[in-house]
Structures are given as structure tokens and as C-alpha cells.
Design a protein around this ligand. Structure first.
Ligand SMILES: NC(=O)C1=CN([C@@H]2O[C@H](COP(=O)(O)OP(=O)(O)OC[C@H]3O[C@@H](n4cnc5c(N)ncnc54)[C@H](OP(=O)(O)O)[C@@H]3O)[C@@H](O)[C@H]2O)C=CC1
Ligand SMILES: O=C(O)[C@@H]1CCC=N1
Length: 271
């Protein structure tokens, strides 16, 4: 991928995951600018050779690609001063949940090339998953660049309908937290069973990693087959799964993901 000059507005958790993921993949630090109002966050990037001392407007003017990486509720306030910049020859990528392309267009009227991305923090370890949606008329070079950029830190999928971004938020952006929660619960239980904290952590993380790799390495196998292969009739796994089923884990997951989508839809109206 040709390294275009990219400015990130907002240097929080998600921008850090993408920027450090890109640096790990060899993206030139000289081609990255990060603006954040917190000095401690700016220092994290400065230590890696990333320019952090420009104002939002200066940095946006200088770059060819501008990534909006602030919270949805900060988007309007952030875009106010930025609207002085001519974005017509630039690519604008927003990673904010629930802020639509039409809203971004209204906030930055000169922006003609807008891509909405819903990434996730595993981008930091090159295992991110991002859904992408583009405004109509997006320049083909910029479409390819947005895809290549996110592919450099994980996998991507394009969405045809912007409304699908809500479901993708439940499936990519938010979803690492579900797995972390599950792993936290397992770790806590192992500790309560007398397993040392180090061993509890290793047991959980290695089992999760191994399970994820088995899913990845066996695309032809349904997930249910992988589960069944672990489950001996009348054995220990069956006993555990019976409890998950008794409490209807599938319904809990469905309700949680629906709550994620509902909040995203609500936020779209608020910000
Ligand atoms: N975290 C995640 O896993 C994911 C997040 N996202 C999206 O990414 C976006 C960022 O999320 P996240 O990184 O978690 O948020 P963070 O709060 O960690 O980062 C946002 C950063 O931007 C700073 N900021 C806010 N306004 C400005 C401004 N005008 N100029 C410069 N800096 C500013 C904030 O400062 P301050 O703290 O002082 O406000 C903060 O440091 C959100 O829109 C979220 O929906 C998408 C997918 C996954
Ligand atoms: O929780 C949030 O709202 C953001 C969007 C997806 C992940 N984090």
C-alpha cells in the first residue's frame, strides 16, 4: 500500500489500536499525524515518531486522508472548526459509531469522499475486523486505500446498506468486549476453584486463542461441529453446556447484540 499522509483527529483507544497496528506493519511514522487534546496520549504517539504538535485544522490541511476518531458526542464540536478546511480533494474516514455519512457531509460540507468504518481494537495485533461503507461517488483510489488501510491491520467487509452498520457495530466494534467478558468470568471462576491467577489467565487465554484458530483453520466446518467434537456423550463438556443452555446463552447473546444495535440507532438520532 502506498503510504499517504494520514491525520487522526482523536488519539484514544481505537486510534491507538489502528496507528500502532499500522506502525507494526511498517507504515511510515513520517506519514502519520495524530491530534489529541491530552498530552499523555500525544506522548504515546510522539514516542513512535508520529507528529503530534499540529492543531486539528493544520493537521487536516496537511494530510490527504483524515480519520475522525473522536467519540460520537464530540463529532459536531470537533468538526465545527474543521469545516474551514477544504476537504474536496481528501479522503475522510470516520470510525465513529452511529454517525451517518449524511451527518458527516453536513458537518464537513466540502467533503466529497467519505468512508465510514466500524473497526475494533484487535487492529493493534493485526487481527482487527472492520465493516466499511462508502458514500456514493467515492473516488475508486480512495475506496481501495480505505480497504487496504484496514486490511493492513486485519480483515474487512464492505456494506451495501448504511443501516447495516448498526449490526456490524454489534459484530465488530463492540464484540471483542463480549469475548473479554466471557474470559473474565472463566478466569474468575478458575480462581475461585483455587487455580493460581497466572495459571487461570493462561488456561483462559490459550483456550480462547486455540478455539479461535480452530474456527479460522476449518472454514468448511460449522461452529456447531467444532463444539460437538469437544462434547463427549455424558461427559464433562455436556454437563457445562447443559447449564449454558438452561440459562439460554443464545438468547442472552441475541438480546445483548440487539441492545447494541438499538443503542447505535438511538445514538444516530442524538449525535
Ligand atoms: N474503542 C473501541 O473499541 C471502538 C471505538 N470506535 C469509535 O471510535 C471513536 C473513538 O473511540 P475511542 O478511541 O474508544 O474514544 P477515546 O475517548 O478513547 O478517544 C477519543 C479521543 O479524542 C479526544 N478528542 C475529543 N475531541 C477532540 C478534539 N476536538 N480534538 C482532539 N482530540 C479530541 C478525546 O479527548 P477527551 O478524552 O479529553 O475527550 C480522546 O482522547 C468513537 O467514535 C467510537 O465510536 C469504533 C470501534 C471500536
Ligand atoms: O462502545 C462504543 O460505543 C464504541 C463503538 C464500538 C465499540 N466501542
Amino acid at each position: 500500500m502506498k503510504n499517504k499522509l494520514i491525520t487522526f483527529i482523536g488519539g484514544g483507544n481505537m486510534a491507538q489500536a489502528i496507528v500502532f497496528g499500522l506502525l507494526n506493519k511498517g507504515y511510515s511514522a513520517a506519514k502519520l499525524i495524530v491530534c489529541d487534546r491530552n498530552e499523555a496520549k500525544r506522548n504515546l504517539f510522539a514516542q513512535k515518531g508520529v507528529e503530534v504538535n499540529l492543531t486539528n485544522v493544520e493537521a487536516a490541511e496537511k494530510a490527504e486522508v483524515v480519520v475522525l476518531a473522536v467519540k460520537p458526542q464530540a463529532m459536531a464540536e470537533t468538526c465545527g472548526p474543521l469545516s474551514a478546511v477544504d476537504f474536496s480533494g481528501k479522503l475522510v474516514i470516520s470510525i465513529a459509531a452511529a454517525v451517518s455519512v449524511s451527518r458527516l457531509s453536513a458537518l464537513l460540507p466540502t467533503a466529497k469522499n467519505i468512508v465510514r468504518v466500524m473497526p475494533n481494537t484487535p487492529a493493534l495485533v493485526s487481527e482487527g475486523m472492520a465493516g466499511l461503507f462508502a458514500s456514493t461517488g467515492l473516488n475508486g483510489e480512495y475506496q481501495d486505500f480505505a480497504e487496504d488501510l484496514l486490511n493492513a491491520v486485519g480483515k474487512t467487509c464492505w456494506l451495501q446498506k448504511e443501516e447495516d452498520m448498526h449490526a456490524v457495530t454489534a459484530g465488530s466494534g463492540s464484540s471483542p468486549a463480549y469475548f473479554f467478558l466471557f474470559m473474565e468470568a472463566m478466569e474468575k471462576t478458575l480462581s475461585s476453584m483455587g487455580i493460581s491467577p497466572e495459571n487461570a489467565r493462561t488456561l483462559v487465554q490459550q483456550s480462547a486463542l486455540g478455539a479461535a484458530k480452530m474456527v479460522e483453520n476449518n472454514p468448511q466446518l460449522p461452529l456447531s461441529t467444532l463444539r460437538e467434537n469437544v462434547t463427549s456423550k455424558g461427559g464433562t463438556t455436556a454437563a457445562a453446556l447443559a447449564v449454558f443452555n438452561q440459562y439460554q446463552l443464545d438468547k442472552i447473546v441475541q438480546q445483548a447484540m440487539e441492545a447494541c444495535v438499538a443503542r447505535s440507532q438511538e445514538m444516530e438520532k442524538l449525535f
